[in-house]
Design a protein. Structure first.
Length: 159
């Protein structure tokens, strides 16, 4: 019985893992885990970018709806020409406002939302010139972490 046990222990090819094999296996597993970690980080970055883009689309659509809801103050929404949106003029709510001050109030609160919801968010509304203002370009810019130039979303609104 002792001979059989000693034969099993000294049989060629059955020596188990060596230290070198164990280290190689650990390196292969480590490289795989680093790849998975990099994919995870990239997935988080892409998710954050998609959230910012969704917010920008929602904010631009919100302003387009505000412009459509106040058709008598179309020239009041041309922010770059009028320089509006610096303060809220409707102290007691939209019911007390005339169309021009309501436009200014809409722009004020909209710009506050852009600044609050997007990193370094900036917004502009430009009326497309013509005999009558019937279209606008709503532009939202924001800084994306890890990207040098700011990202931009522009919405052309035809009334």
């Amino acid at each position: 019985m002792t001979d059989t046990l000693s034969q099993r222990m000294t049989r060629p090819g059955e020596h188990g893992f060596t230290l070198v094999e164990s280290l190689v296996a650990m390196v292969v597993i480590s490289v795989g885990m680093l790849g998975i970690a990099a994919l995870y980080v990239e997935g988080l970055r892409a998710g954050r970018t998609s959230v910012y883009r969704t917010v920008a689309v929602d904010l631009a659509s919100d302003m387009a709806d505000r412009i459509r809801a106040n058709p008598t103050a179309r020239d009041g929404y041309d922010v770059d020409a009028a320089g509006m949106g610096l303060e809220s003029d409707c102290v007691n709510g939209p019911a007390d406002c005339n169309p021009a001050t309501l436009a200014d109030d809409d722009i004020f609160w909209w710009k506050q939302s852009v600044t609050a919801l997007l990193p370094d968010g900036e917004a502009s509304i430009v009326a497309v010139p013509g005999p009558e203002i019937s279209s606008y370009t709503i532009t939202i810019n924001w800084a994306e972490p890890g990207v040098e130039l700011p990202l931009q979303y522009a919405l052309a609104v035809q009334l």
